[in-house]
Design a protein around this ligand. Structure first.
Ligand code: FES
Length: 172
């Protein structure tokens, strides 16, 4: 049996929406408690015909593994054009379902994308002084607590990832 499904390989080999975004409206950063890998996710917010706020553009940069890359690529294709509310409803389980098969030891990697997206929306809402749903606020507090632990537990790795992030050029 192959380790990864066709869908995982498709997004890993040809990841969609990769790269730093220059003029973003929201930036989310999330880390993985188990491995210390970091994800940066950028959103540009626009409006649909009915005036609802939607994710007009999205991109990501990650130092995570195969699943983190494939998972985030998939998520970006799912939320582009969706309202912020719809985007927030997508769960780790939704992504895993689409992938069909993910090794047990890699399940934790699939949380990065969802967390980073939540953080990018949180960043956009708080910067623009818009109401923040209770669930999102709680999610944000948990991600912040995780980041503090990651910075202690995976200090050296986090420093290298941060340095690489600073050096990466904007490509979107
Ligand atoms: S091992 Fe770190 S994100 Fe998968």
């Amino acid at each position: 049996m192959k380790l990864y499904s066709k869908e995982v390989m498709k997004h890993f080999i040809h990841p969609q929406n990769v790269g730093k975004m220059k003029n973003y409206d929201g930036l989310g950063k999330a880390g993985n408690l188990k491995c210390g890998d970091i994800m940066y996710l950028y959103i540009k917010v626009g409006k649909d015909e009915g005036g609802k706020e939607i994710i007009k553009n999205i991109s990501f940069e990650t130092f995570g593994c195969t699943i983190a890359i494939a998972n985030t690529s998939l998520l970006t294709t799912m939320v582009k054009g969706k309202t912020l509310k719809e985007a927030l409803k997508i769960t780790k389980e939704d992504l895993l379902k689409r992938f069909g098969r993910v090794p047990l030891v890699k399940i934790h990697c699939s949380l990065l994308a969802v967390d980073a997206l939540g953080e990018a929306i949180y960043d956009y809402l708080s910067k623009n002084k818009k109401p923040i749903p209770k669930e999102l606020r709680e999610r944000h507090e948990r991600v912040e607590r995780d980041k503090e632990i990651i910075e202690i537990r995976h200090k050296e790795l986090v420093e290298i990832e941060e340095e690489l992030h600073q050096k990466t050029k904007h490509i979107k």
